[in-house]
Design a protein around this ligand. Structure first.
Ligand code: TYD
Length: 153
């Protein structure tokens, strides 16, 4: 039986109880090897949701801002596979900034968290594991609408 974090089920059902403090860095296993290090992610052990999509962002021109939205229901797990970038997270009350620059650190970002990704280094590759398939209507791109959705929780 798959392990489940109850709060995530609640969030998925549209009653989010999560905040920017619930965004956190997760240490992934690192297998040290003189031939080159290896890190892995196991859905059941490291990711508190079922992974339904993976995408990656790369070839980002200097100075670019990505994101600038929240998701109504999608949770994400973000890893800097290469290079570095900053992820700015906002739950409507608190803002936190993470610099991702290690391929064995994953940033957990629940739904209804506004995010921006900035300061991409030239070689940056951002891997994102997501809890749902792509759906344009899951995006909240208007900040006032985001605040309204946070308030009704
Ligand atoms: P978007 O999520 O807005 O990028 P970011 O948040 O990194 O700035 O996505 C950019 C475009 O790519 C948008 O037109 C939707 C499309 N897209 C997909 O078709 N599938 C996907 O899985 C994702 C993440 C985006």
């Amino acid at each position: 039986m798959r392990r489940r974090d109850r709060r995530w089920d609640i969030a998925r059902n549209g009653v989010p109880k999560i905040s920017a403090q619930d965004c956190r860095l997760i240490d992934l296993p690192k297998v040290h090897d003189p031939r080159g290090n290896l890190t892995f992610i196991e859905s059941i052990n490291h990711v508190p949701f079922e992974i339904e999509r993976a995408f990656w962002i790369y070839d980002v021109p200097g100075g670019t801002v990505r994101g600038g939205h929240a998701y109504r229901s999608t949770h994400e797990f973000i890893v800097a596979l290469s290079g570095s970038f900053d992820v700015m997270l906002d739950d409507g009350s608190h803002r936190v900034r993470y610099t991702l620059n290690r391929s064995y650190h994953a940033l957990l970002v629940p739904n209804l968290i506004w995010r921006e990704m900035i300061n991409f280094s030239t070689n940056a590759v951002a891997l994102v594991l997501a809890s749902s398939p792509f759906a344009a209507d899951d995006y909240v791109r208007d900040y006032s609408e985001f605040l309204r959705l946070r308030k009704i929780q």
